[in-house]
Structures are given as structure tokens and as C-alpha cells.
Design a protein around this ligand. Sequence first.
Ligand SMILES: NC(=O)c1ccc[n+]([C@@H]2O[C@H](COP(=O)([O-])OP(=O)(O)OC[C@H]3O[C@@H](n4cnc5c(N)ncnc54)[C@H](O)[C@@H]3O)[C@@H](O)[C@H]2O)c1
Length: 325
Amino acid sequence: MPTALITCRQLQGGFERLRPEYEALGVTPILPALDGQRLDSVAMASLVDGVDAVIAGDDEIDSSVLRAGAASRLRAVIKWGVGTDAIDTATAAELGVPVFNTPGAFADEVADLALSHLLLLVRRTHRLHAAVVDGEWPVAEGRSLAGLVAGVIGLGSVGSAIAKRARACGVEVLGHDIRQPAGDDGLAGVRRVDLADLYAASDVVILACALTADNRHLVSRAAFAAMRDGVLVINVARGALIEEAALVEALAAGKVAGAGLDVFEHEPLPAADPLRAFADRCVFTTHSGSSTAEAIERTNRIATEILFDVLGLRAAGPLVPNRVA
Ligand SMILES: NC(=O)c1ccc[n+]([C@@H]2O[C@H](COP(=O)([O-])OP(=O)(O)OC[C@H]3O[C@@H](n4cnc5c(N)ncnc54)[C@H](O)[C@@H]3O)[C@@H](O)[C@H]2O)c1
């Protein structure tokens, strides 16, 4: 009887609706208690023993976890979501443990959040709301969305969904990606430029690319220096794409007028993090770009279909499991 370790919080939360299918196919689920955003490699290495497959969130699956799993009976790792930066895909490939993800499963939802950050930053709506609740009646002069120039870094499913929304609001969109986009019509009208031109021309820089071994701290001190004075920066991808110490300096200097961050170098954001000093000019959310009921249900379904397929229990039908390693 195959066993599936489910460390993804969202799938655990919606598991009762799927339990009958797991039971019908004879899959034993293991649903460990979760108290943080992610399990570290020590916890994962102890849980993976005797398990046939893992459906993970952002849990740390390094070589120690993969080796412990492969020495037992691990046959696959399935990432609930897109970013596989917490998985050592090179070791997985070396050990012959396939890694899958669920691409595009919630691109629209992450793009909605990016647009929400942009709207809040340009109109300061959240600050006005807080002031009115406090009994005040301020008027903030914002900026018009139409006519702004947005530079989107990463034109995959999230980046192209952001571009589509921004263009619908009259924003001129520049884009940069290290690969050619795959013909998504969300990219129609997006002018592709190199990073230097994107930084020089953008009123708002939006990060929507994968975090890889090559682009940690892509947005460094030098990158901030190359941006327009008073630029807005939005990151819905991964915290480590931005050198946060450099962002703090750029906020303090007024080089960056405001930042909308769903992801951080350290999550949850530490209580003493210097970014908090700029809260009045920023929008902070809790790595929750994918967090809608519809997106969670959809991704729970996709991850489960991939699981049943890789265990050889039920073909995934029209869904082709996306193998990333
Ligand atoms: N905030 C959230 O809750 C949330 C949810 C989903 C995804 N994400 C993050 O968003 C990222 C993008 O998701 P997606 O669905 O668009 O993935 P995707 O695989 O469709 O696209 C990622 C794109 O990034 C590009 N890229 C990689 N390195 C780059 C670089 N140095 N410069 C420019 N482009 C680069 C790739 O070529 C690719 O086109 C994910 O990798 C994940 O880390 C965050």
C-alpha cells in the first residue's frame, strides 16, 4: 500500500474532500502537524522514511532529505506550486527521484496580488483606510495608473498575467526574461528590453521570475542605483531576488518611494526587521499570492492527480505531469 507524505498546508487543509479518492486507490496519507510556514530539512528527513511520494509546499528538501528518502522507498517529490528553489533538484536527478510541480496553477491569483500592491502603493488606499478608522480624514495625492511604465522581470505565467492586467489599466509594460516567452497572449504589447533599459525607464519594477542559483540578489545596490528616483518595487516571486539590506538603504534615501512585498528574505518577517520602519510607504503581505479558495482547490486537485499518476494508480488524463528534475 503506497504512502504519501503531505507537508503542504493548503492540501492538508482541503484534504477531507479528497480523502475518499486516496482511500479508494489505497494510498495512505501522512499529514504531519505543521506549525510554521515550512518544515526544515531535519524534520523532512525524519518524515520521509518509508514514504513513496511527497507533496510539499515550500519545505526544505535538500540532499539529506532526498538521500534519506531514496535509501528508503521515495519515488517522487511533488511541489504544490511553482517555485522549486527549496528542492535540491540536482541531487534528485542524480538519485533518479523525479520532481514535479504545478505550473501556472495560480498565475492569475499571484498577478491579482501584484496589481493590488501596485494600486495600494500609487493611491495609498490602505493608509487612508487606516487613518479613517483612527478618526482622521486625510487626503493623499496619488499617482494615476494610466501612463505609468512598469518593468516586469520574469515573463512566465505570473509575469505575463501581471503584464496583461497592467496593460488593461493603461500601464505601459516593459519586460525582461532570460528565455523567449512561449507565445502567451498576455505578452502582446509588452516591449522586451534588457535589464539596464528596464531599470532606467520603469516607474515600477515588478519581480515575477523564478529564484535560481544564478539570480540571488538580482536586485542589488547597483540595480537600485540604475533605477529611476522614486521608483516603486514590487516582489511577488521570491524574497532572495532582492538584496533586502540594499532595499532598506534605497527606501531610507528616498530612491525607492515604496515597496510592495509578498515575499521576504526571511519569512515570517522578523519583528526587528528594518523594513518595518518604512511600513507607511510599503505594503507587506504574507507570501499569500496563491491563497484563494479557488486556487487552493485547483492546485490540491492537480497535485493529487500527479501523485496518483506517478504512483501508477490512475493516469492524470489530459494533465501532463510537469517534471522539473
Ligand atoms: N507569492 C506567491 O505566493 C507565489 C506563488 C507562485 C509563484 N511564486 C513565485 O513566482 C515565480 C514565477 O512563477 P511562474 O508561474 O511565472 O513561473 P514560470 O516558470 O512560468 O516563469 C518563471 C520565469 O522566470 C524567468 N527567469 C528565471 N530567471 C530569470 C532572470 N534572472 N531574469 C529574468 N527572468 C528570469 C524564467 O525564464 C521564466 O520565464 C515562481 O518561481 C515562484 O518563485 C510566488
